[in-house]
Write a protein that binds this ligand. Structure first.
Ligand SMILES: [Zn+2]
Length: 88
């Protein structure tokens, strides 16, 4: 199972509003995370090709207001964070 397969299997779409809702683990801040060795934010994984930085990681807010929504088109980049912080 690829990471993308795992993400798809751990979320479900709500067709009416276009959101894909995460049903897996969340960080203490309520950010969807997955992975075996360490927690990787789901939205960061899904946008890795779009937002790249040598030292910083992107921070998103959800346009739809649902922190559990992982639909990429619902994300707005709000800033960049140091890798140590797992805020979403
Ligand atoms: Zn959404």
């Amino acid at each position: 199972m690829t990471p993308l397969d795992e993400i798809m299997a751990t979320s479900r779409p709500i067709v009416e509003i276009g959101c894909r809702i995460w049903e897996g683990r969340v960080s203490p801040d309520g950010v969807p995370v997955f992975g075996y060795l360490f927690d990787t934010p789901v939205t960061r994984y899904l946008t890795a090709n779009r937002y790249r930085h040598k030292e910083l990681v992107p921070v998103f807010s959800n346009r739809c207001g649902n922190k559990l929504c992982i639909t990429v088109s619902h994300l707005t980049l709000t800033g960049w964070s140091s890798r140590e912080r797992l805020a979403g």
